[in-house]
Design a binder for this molecule. Structure first.
Ligand code: GLA
Length: 431
């Protein structure tokens, strides 16, 4: 994507306005915010806009541990097992210094491989003595002193996915260790033997064990959507649950590499909107914005924007997976786009609904997404998943706004505002 593409796309947005320049007198004027992720090297563009109808104020829900989607960072997507206390502490420092904490990122999560290969003689988990020599509690202290929270990983089976000791049969012991160490968030995976126990039973066991401690620990269920967790996870005490297999920095898995691409995940997560809400979230996996892996093609900047924009629209947890100690300005700008974060963290907790999907005569696939916000505004996403430029349009009515003679839209990537009688659109570019 280049500057010219962005300009062009934005001009088209304005042109849409121009086409409607004979606007009826403004009898009712609303504010409308929006975002546009425009241009892609060869794939897509998207734009987002929100509009207000000044009605339908959503009721606020009960406050819970995660009344908005959790935000943070996790070690897995970039570092896999190559982790140690230094990385976690440096990442906490970076989150404070690079502006991520300021816009809401909070959890620093250690994924698989933090533990020693054996439990101690009393059956307690122990941190790997080489990589976490001072224990997890020392790391938790460090993270807490910076106003952040600590996440950790375990598995509801006999082993973790990397073959280290799992928590099945040790739930109470392990939950107590996490509480004693000062852990705030548990990502609970599904690897190892299950001894015939159902997922709901295994996850409920850990939830009860966490509840029995005197510490609030958020439970992130990670069974990859295998057992339809959206049907039972809230009952099993899950605050969020993975809806898909692992994400990789790919546009689509058709590239024959292991894992799911962004588009694959959007498709899998889309029908689950009704299950998301304050305290219980669909988790389409952690972000791969700015993730740089030698074995994957990685995402272009425009793809990264679409990924972040769509995760914001889907009320997905925003858990960065890149090396935030050392990221480009483009990546930082995407991860800290405050207006998109506000869409993600909107208190109504609605996951965007796909309200339009078309494949035109030109064979291009376009979709329009709308997310109702607590104040009655709509966030709107225009997603072009093809490799050709195309114009995508919708209307204030289609995104669910009440009738008004004029709406004000705002592009959340570049801050442009414009007025419209109801038509919302953008040209989605390819390079
Ligand atoms: C599974 C999870 C990943 C990661 C790894 C760790 O694959 O889905 O997110 O936690 O295990 O081994």
């Amino acid at each position: 994507m280049n500057e010219e593409d962005i300009e062009d796309a934005n001009n088209r947005v304005k042109q849409v306005d121009d086409n409607n320049s004979i606007l009826p007198p403004i009898t009712r004027r609303s504010t409308m915010k929006g975002a546009a992720a425009t241009g892609a090297s060869s794939f897509f563009a998207s734009s987002m806009a929100t509009a207000a109808d000044n009605t339908n104020q959503s009721e606020s829900s009960d406050r819970t541990l995660v009344d908005t989607p959790p935000m943070g960072w996790n070690s897995w997507n970039t570092f896999y097992c190559d982790i140690d206390a230094g990385l976690i502490k440096d990442t906490a420092d970076a989150m404070v210094e690079n502006g991520m904490k300021e816009v809401g990122y909070e959890y620093i999560c250690i994924d698989d491989c933090w533990m020693a290969s054996e439990r101690d003689v009393n059956g307690n988990l122990q941190p790997d003595p080489e990589t976490f020599p001072n224990g997890i509690d020392a790391v938790a202290d460090y993270v807490h002193k910076r106003g952040l929270k600590l996440g950790i990983y375990q598995s509801a089976g006999t082993t973790t996915c990397e073959g280290l000791p799992g928590s099945l049969g040790y739930e109470e012991k392990d939950a107590q260790s996490f509480a004693d160490w000062g852990v705030d968030y548990l990502k609970y995976d599904n690897c190892g033997e299950h001894y015939g126990l159902s997922a709901i039973e295994r996850y409920t066991r850990m939830h009860k064990a966490l509840e029995a401690t005197d510490r609030d620990i958020l439970l992130s269920i990670c069974e990859w959507g295998d057992n339809d967790p959206w049907m039972w996870a809230p009952e099993a005490g899950g605050n969020l649950w993975r809806t898909t297999g692992d994400i990789k920095p790919l546009w689509s898995a058709k590239e024959n590499l292991w894992g799911n691409g962004i588009i694959d995940i959007i498709d899998q997560n889309e029908p689950l909107a009704e299950y998301a809400g304050p305290g219980h979230w669909n988790d389409p996996d952690m972000l791969v914005v700015g993730v740089d892996l030698p074995e994957y093609p990685n995402l272009t900047e425009a793809e990264d924007r679409t990924h972040f924009g769509m995760w914001a629209m889907m009320a997905a947890p925003l858990i960065a997976g890149n090396d935030i100690r050392n990221m480009s300005e483009e990546t930082r700008n995407i991860l800290t786009n405050y207006e998109l974060i506000e869409i993600n963290q909107d208190p109504a907790g609605n996951q965007a609904i796909r309200i339009q999907r078309t494949t035109g005569q030109d064979g291009l696939s376009r979709s329009v997404w709308a997310k109702k916000l607590a104040n009655g505004d709509r966030a709107v996403g225009l997603l072009n998943r093809s490799d050709r430029r195309t114009t995508i349009t919708t209307s204030a009515q289609e995104v669910g706004l009440d009738e008004a003679s004029c709406y004000v839209a705002r592009n959340l990537w570049n801050g442009t505002n414009w007025q419209t009688a109801g038509l919302i659109g953008a040209t989605a570019l390819s390079s």
